[in-house]
Design a protein around this ligand. Sequence first.
Ligand code: FAD
Length: 144
Amino acid sequence: MPEVPPVPLSRLTTLRTGGTPARMIDAHTTGELVDALRETWADGDDWFVLGGGSNLFIDDEPFEGTVVRILTSGIDRIPSPRPGFARLRVQAGHDWDEVVASAVAQGLGGIEALSGIPGRPGPPRCRTSARTVRRSSRPSWRSS
Ligand SMILES: Cc1cc2nc3c(=O)[nH]c(=O)nc-3n(C[C@H](O)[C@H](O)[C@H](O)COP(=O)(O)OP(=O)(O)OC[C@H]3O[C@@H](n4cnc5c(N)ncnc54)[C@H](O)[C@@H]3O)c2cc1C
């Protein structure tokens, strides 16, 4: 499992707050992520998942637990069940703005208005963004 030397979370959050965790794991693939979380849950340690760090305000005290950083990336265009619609499968750790740029580059309309939002598609933000997208032009997409 890709355990890395822990660094202060203030280096990884946009508000520049956060102490150093006891343990840090960088998950670059879905398999690594699943293994990391299974092992962490089995240990019963405190844990949390870190994406782009733009929606977190973390205590500067050391964190006695494991931080799992999601660094997965990839955007796949997959068949849509609805004619005239596109569906994208996006890895949870992919940079959100790159997702928007990729959609625009492919000539897909609908999520261009969501450019400039910080973070990754994986956090719950994905749902509000998806709702906004559906309201605006009804493309079909999916985050994994
Ligand atoms: C200036 C600004 C503008 C914004 N505008 C919008 C907007 O227009 N629309 C909108 O929807 N949002 C908006 N947001 C919210 C922004 O999208 C969130 O900051 C973003 O979702 C956080 O992504 P992150 O990768 O930085 O997550 P983090 O800050 O790393 O994590 C946030 C939370 O999600 C959890 N998390 C992280 N990754 C995952 C994962 N893969 N699965 C499950 N949980 C996970 C973390 O444990 C944490 O609790 C805005 C934020 C800012 C600062």
